[in-house]
Write a protein that binds this ligand. Sequence first.
Ligand SMILES: Cc1cc2nc3c(=O)[nH]c(=O)nc-3n(C[C@H](O)[C@H](O)[C@H](O)COP(=O)(O)OP(=O)(O)OC[C@H]3O[C@@H](n4cnc5c(N)ncnc54)[C@H](O)[C@@H]3O)c2cc1C
Length: 477
Amino acid sequence: MPPAAAEPEATTTPAASPQQSVPTPPAEIFESWGRYPKYKARVVRLNWQSDFPAVLASSARAGIEGSALPVGLGRSYGDVGLLQNGTLLQTIGMDRLLAFDPATGILTAESGISLAQILDFSVPRGFFLPVTPGTKYVTLGGAIANDIHGKNHESAGSFACHVPCFELVRSDGSRRLCSRTENPDWFEATIGGMGLTGLITWAQLRLRPIVSRKMDVDHIQFHGIDEFLSLKQQYAQAEYNVSWMDCTSTGRNFARGIFMAGSHSAVPSELIPSLPPKLVFPFDAPGFALNRLSVAAFNALYFHKQMKPHVHAVQDYEPYFYPLDKILRWNRLYGRNGLVQFQYAIPWAHAKEGTIAILREIAASGLASFLAVLKAFGDIPSLGVMSFPEPGIMFALDFPIKPATFPLLQRLGDMTLEFGGRLYPAKDAAMTPTQFQTFYPAWQRFARFRDPMLTSSFWERVTGAEKRADGAERPTL
Ligand SMILES: Cc1cc2nc3c(=O)[nH]c(=O)nc-3n(C[C@H](O)[C@H](O)[C@H](O)COP(=O)(O)OP(=O)(O)OC[C@H]3O[C@@H](n4cnc5c(N)ncnc54)[C@H](O)[C@@H]3O)c2cc1C
């Protein structure tokens, strides 16, 4: 990464490709984080902002028909970042830091930069991400395109609330600077727009100051949704909160969990960059490794890992925000078949009854894994037409892929719909067209902004789009 320029004005000049002809490789399996579904696509790495739309022109010259989709680090779980038999334009070669203004905290970077790279640059300078997901291995472009949320949604809103502007390039070569005041309709369509409106080439992000890597953290055991809600009230002053849930237990232990509130430490200490992770999950675990017994045993151990019901600790930000990043490729734990995530937001009017009903259904199924997260979304409005967050309870749970998983997901999707909630496209591999179109009633308004050359397997699945010209089958479940 080149050193940061001092002047933010220097940012709008596109980095030009020394050669405009981009080779198109043969199709290969490109896996999303869930490793399901498995589709072949041509993966073309974009190194320069001008590679797009040059790569589409090269494909056309080579007689390769079909659509394309920009992708980042492939950390979405299902098919929102997949395109069966299409061309995936992977942005990770476009990772230049273009400008940083310490007076405002505004950083400008190409869209393929990862949040990990941003942290390596910003933490030693006393700045942190305004919103971060549970992994730092996502790109800036991917974070905007899914309008991701973090553990501070109640106080900070979603990611794009901290994005003053970005550039959007369409397949016809047209470029638009998008912000709340300039091309605002393109700004709103592209935030949470799942890569379908064009390529985000660069973006600005407003970072927040920190004086330490440390977090002040409280870990508190709870039993049931009422206790969770009252802890949330009690710790309303904490900057972040998230809860782990045991989704296997019934009876007295139903809906037990650990509430984790955290705030950046106000005590100054050394701001050094993080070390790279050393551990890699070495193999695909066998399908039977995650079963009702092993998950229930893990959950009981995890719940009781703290000897007291309430533990206060000071810890580094890495284990607080990114516990799963410690082991690269941990998704192999779910075996070759992969995993799906079920993630909903249910508005406050039905949040409690909906969550209890859904947790009962999950516990009865015996299919849950140990990765379950519960938190609240606040009422800071998201800027995207298709953004996922809405005020209420958010819940996310991983499921290993087994024959009974998809029927269960259909039931859970219908229950979410019945309670007035919605599912998160970034994590989805199972939503039906009816569910999607009810969850996101603005989808047709959004569709008017879609780039005609761009689509995804997710979009084709949930809009019931016709079979594409290149003959690719629509995914079926
Ligand atoms: C362990 C883990 C924890 C996570 N925790 C959270 C969480 O707490 N909150 C949350 O919201 N999400 C979370 N996620 C999901 C993740 O943050 C999002 O899926 C994110 O969008 C992935 O970014 P990516 O760079 O990998 O993009 P991809 O997954 O490669 O792509 C995501 C979408 O962005 C589009 N896209 C990518 N780059 C561009 C671009 N330059 N221009 C236009 N469109 C683009 C793609 O077309 C696709 O639709 C988590 C994922 C993992 C694996």
